[in-house]
Design a protein around this ligand. Structure first.
Ligand SMILES: Nc1ncnc2c1ncn2[C@@H]1O[C@H](COP(=O)(O)OP(=O)(O)OP(=O)(O)O)[C@@H](O)[C@H]1O
Length: 255
């Protein structure tokens, strides 16, 4: 197997007396779709927060293409190509849909502050490129007709798609989705599965997701890590996870 794109080893996170994450290890191959599941409070979101730079782990190594990114902070981690969505959608709700995608690109716009101040040709060109990119992603996500609407006024399912577009427009290596199916109706969940596969196939992004919806998890993931009480208890294909006695007892048995 080739060198993993993302390699997590001996990850632990302590909150006072609580060991919320305890010795989690897994690695992602480039282009893989990988899910983390487990009962409420198992530590999934805490793992996400450590990987995406929101928390500095108590111990452990998080290597992206061999470089340790643990504790670097979310903005720096994003510049290294690892971006995420949130359990509760986070958008600039008072900005339009299009503006949300323009803001997301600011670090990609090549012309600098002075060029902007003097409205140079280079600045106008890079601004136009950013608009073109945004429109392409709106088309891709079926959101073009809402371009000038305030993001906060979109239907929930559309807000979720916009949040994914806002991540994708930065051309990430790793896209982390925190419960992307939460609040979606059955048709939207089905569409989401197709979208995740399409993003991987057409944009070569590696996908790491946390999800409670078993049909989405089993349908889209190539490998699954199961956590319970902060610890990894199983890692394998959907088929292996479905038949793992410990997993059935810890998690699927609850359903
Ligand atoms: N910032 C924090 N400070 C203190 N305790 C925390 C903090 N964040 C999470 N915890 C605790 O760590 C444990 C793991 O929480 P976490 O949110 O990671 O679980 P989860 O698997 O994502 O759960 P869910 O599926 O409900 O989102 C829980 O007991 C939680 O109360």
């Amino acid at each position: 197997m080739s060198t993993p794109l993302l390699d997590i080893s001996q990850l632990s996170m302590r909150f006072g007396g609580l060991l919320a994450v305890d010795g989690v290890e897994f690695s992602l191959q480039s282009g893989e779709i990988f899910a983390i599941i487990g009962p409420n409070g198992a530590g999934k979101t805490t793992v996400f927060n450590c990987i995406s730079g929101f928390y500095k782990p108590s111990t452990g190594r998080i290597a992206l293409e061999g470089r340790d990114i643990a504790g670097l902070g979310s903005h720096t981690v994003a510049t290294h190509g690892l971006v995420r969505t949130f359990q509760n959608v986070r958008l600039f709700k008072n900005m339009t849909v299009l503006e949300n995608l323009l803001v997301a690109q600011h670090r990609h716009v090549r012309a600098g502050f002075l060029a902007g101040l003097f409205n140079t040709a280079a600045y106008r060109r890079s601004e136009q490129e950013a608009i073109d990119q945004a429109v392409q992603w709106l088309d891709h996500m079926g959101l073009r007709e809402f371009a000038n609407r305030e993001a906060g006024n979109l239907a929930y399912g559309h807000q979720r798609r916009l949040e994914i577009a806002r991540c994708m427009i930065t051309r990430p290596r790793v896209l982390m989705l925190d419960e992307p199916a939460a609040g979606l109706n059955p048709q939207e969940k089905k569409d989401l599965q197709g979208l995740i596969q399409q993003l991987r196939d057409q944009h070569q992004v590696t996908v790491l997701l946390i999800e409670h919806d078993m049909s989405l998890v089993m349908g889209v993931s190539e490998r699954i890590l199961v956590m319970e009480y902060g610890k990894p208890i199983a890692l394998g294909t959907p088929e292996a996870i479905r038949n793992d006695a410990r997993v059935i007892k810890a998690y699927l048995g609850e359903e």
